[in-house]
Design a protein around this ligand. Structure first.
Ligand code: GMT
Length: 380
């Protein structure tokens, strides 16, 4: 099949999932076309089966906001026609489902019918999409999609609760490409980060308020009272400075390393002893799954889709949002006993393997095929 994928090209989880899905589909012989404003950060190589089409939005003095949706719709129409694309798959409803629907309508004028799948990722529904500024357009464009998927049951329930959706929502969880994961961790260099008697605790996010970075620092400070440890924070965002202040106030600034944005998260996860994700909301928690795939137990909140990924008492522990005491206690339960720690590591990895791309990608292919059948075309 020829599949056009629209996504955010940045470090966010939805862009990562879209990119890994596109790479996985291309490995299975499909022709994939990424259409977005920058080459996706996880897309390192283009090939005969993977193409990238940049959406440019030139500045014009009249525009206070550049009309990205218009440029995206136009680029979609041109690319879909030029490459004879079969399926349009947009990730993150805002504004991609809306721009995709507009492209579909424009293509119809030329008798070109293309089915569109919209994958809901989280904040496009919970934090941003539910806002009255966007809600009507998001509701409309989800209902106009030919097929809708969400990355967890929790997100599906949120979508049905918040919006007036008249379509089935298929739950397809996020995934890990285990084959490539193994190849990438050859040079795991723990000694560059911590002494032998120190535990390495990691947090990866875009450091936005929803991630509760302050709680990460507070949990770490409590752990440090009983266990020599380093905290590695990967990612960047608006809460970084405040986190630095909290670390100073709590006397742990020296032990906290802010790494900034990174494309080599595996190189840190491969030697991490524990992962902390105390988010306010989390539709799935891809960062937690990536940690688990490296055998890193997870201390997280029990919000959103996190209980569908992290299993309480087995791959890590789940607590109510803001309960930093309990999260620190649970972390110490794991870290203080080497046998317990080893068991949690093994179970975390085993649990993550249930989300192998090999199990998940076929669900997307099946839905693509059924959209084509509904459109009266069958493709290999
Ligand atoms: O919150 C983020 O980390 C970014 C955001 C995004 O859309 O890029 O992530 C959302 O999508 C991810 C991939 O499906 C999910 O794993 C995250 O849980 C979800 N974030 C939230 O719901 C806050």
């Amino acid at each position: 099949m020829k599949i056009a994928i629209v996504c955010y090209p940045t470090f966010g989880g939805s862009g990562v999932v879209a990119t890994e899905l596109g790479i996985g589909l291309s490995n299975r012989g499909h022709e994939v076309h990424f259409i977005t404003y920058k080459q996706p950060v996880r897309l390192k190589y283009l090939s005969a089966n993977i193409h990238f089409h940049e959406v440019s939005v030139p500045e014009y003095p009249l525009f206070h906001y550049q009309p990205y949706e218009l440029a995206l719709s136009t680029k979609l129409v041109n690319t879909i026609k030029k490459y004879n694309i079969d399926i349009l798959h947009v990730h993150y409803a805002i504004p991609h489902a809306y721009a995709g629907y507009m492209a579909k309508q424009m293509l119809k004028e030329d008798d070109y019918e293309i089915p569109m799948m919209t994958t809901l990722h989280g904040t496009d529904i919970t934090l941003v999409g539910s806002h009255n500024f966007y809600k009507g357009a998001v509701n409309f464009s989800i209902n106009k999609s030919d097929c809708v998927t969400s990355v967890s049951n929790s997100l599906k329930e949120d979508t049905l609760r918040i919006f007036d959706i008249r379509k089935d929502i298929h739950v397809i969880p996020n995934f890990i490409d285990f084959d490539n994961l193994i190849n990438n961790v050859e040079d795991c260099q723990r000694h560059t980060m911590a002494d032998d008697d120190e535990m390495i605790i990691t947090h990866v996010s875009n450091l936005r308020p929803v991630k509760r970075l302050g709680d990460v620092i507070k949990i770490f400070a409590k752990i440090s009272e009983h266990q020599k440890a380093k905290l590695i924070v990967i990612g960047d965002g608006p809460d970084r400075d405040n986190a630095v202040n909290i670390a100073m106030e709590l006397g742990v600034r020296e032990q906290v390393i802010f790494m900034g944005k990174s494309n080599d998260i595996e190189k840190i996860l491969c030697f991490s002893d524990l992962f902390i994700l105390p988010s306010e909301k989390e539709s799935f928690g891809l960062a937690a799954l990536e940690a688990m795939a490296h055998g890193v137990p997870v201390i997280s909140t029990n919000t959103g889709g996190l209980p569908e990924v992290n299993i309480h008492g087995l791959s890590g522990y789940l607590s109510d949002v803001g309960n930093v005491e309990e999260m620190a206690d649970n972390a110490l339960k794991i870290l203080k006993n080497p046998e317990t720690h080893q068991t949690f590591k093994e179970v975390a990895k085993k649990r993550a393997k249930e989300f192998d791309i090999k199990n998940v990608i076929k669900s997307y292919e099946t839905l693509y095929q059924s959209m084509l059948v509904a459109n009266n075309v069958e493709k290999q």
